[in-house]
Design a protein around this ligand. Structure first.
Ligand code: HEM
Length: 223
């Protein structure tokens, strides 16, 4: 959606609170996962990793049934739209993720999901902590998963660096503050702009139940 120029500016709802709470939880949990792994706090590492997994389940489901700006269908666009956006980005403040940003959101979510999946089977049962589903794979597979679990972390770091660089670029070059709307949920936009269309709370409750069940199955599977 491209708001017009010269229109009356009004504060418009943009991100619903599940998107914001999940986002800032990611921002807190990723450093916590790094710190716990570095300091051998593997009990905390697997617990926090499980919470991250459950948040990812909620965010992915919310991408199909959540508020309008959370939905993948509102921001995942084909390569043509991405190249068109990169060649001639709009001057107006954007509503939701732009076509290039949409793919970076998918990359961040995808890398975190890959990292969680590797962690579930990683580890060596004879030597330290294992992920809750480690017993379902051979020791060779678990060893490879453990190595990849270390390597994918650096990919996540690179994506986060790109993510933060894009936010600084928008602030400094385009004079657009992306951080404030991710905190408050709203943004000053022309009155004609389509803002967030919220989803009913029962859908969020359903997503939370599925996420909780996912954690339960993973840990019962570990028993
Ligand atoms: C450290 C781990 C971080 C991860 C994994 C992460 C991940 C993400 C993801 C997945 C989104 C898409 C939101 C959604 O639709 O659900 C997003 C958006 C956003 N993030 Fe982060 N983020 C991180 C850190 C940060 C930090 C530290 C900041 C600010 C200083 C930040 C600022 C933002 C903003 C402003 C947006 C909205 C961008 C837009 O308007 O299109 N993020 N982030």
């Amino acid at each position: 959606m491209t708001p017009g120029r010269g229109a009356e500016i009004v504060r418009t709802p943009l991100w619903d609170w599940p998107v914001r709470v999940i986002h800032w939880s990611f921002a807190a949990l990723i450093p916590a996962l790094w710190w716990t792994a570095e300091n051998g706090e593997m009990g905390w590492h697997t617990s926090i990793g499980t919470v991250l997994m459950q948040l990812l389940v909620i965010r992915v489901l919310w991408g199909f049934v959540g508020g309008s700006t959370a939905r993948f269908s509102s921001f995942v666009r084909g390569p043509r739209a991405v190249f068109a956006h990169l060649r001639s980005p709009r001057e107006e403040p954007s509503v939701g993720h732009n076509p290039a940003g949409g793919w970076s959101v998918l990359a961040l979510l995808g890398l975190m999901a890959l990292q969680v999946s590797l962690g579930l089977v990683a580890g060596d049962p004879d030597d330290g902590t294992t992920g809750p589903l480690n017993h379902l794979v051979s020791s060779t597979t678990a060893g490879q998963a453990t190595e990849l679990h270390g390597a994918v972390f650096y990919l996540i770091l690179a994506m986060i660096a790109l993510h933060l660089a894009a936010i600084v670029y928008y602030r400094v070059i385009k004079r657009e503050n992306l951080i404030a709307p991710m905190i408050t949920g709203s943004k000053p936009l022309p009155a004609s702009a389509d803002g967030l269309k919220k989803a009913p709370v029962w859908r969020l409750i359903a997503c939370v139940v599925v996420a909780w069940l996912t954690g339960w199955v993973v840990w019962v599977g570990a028993a």
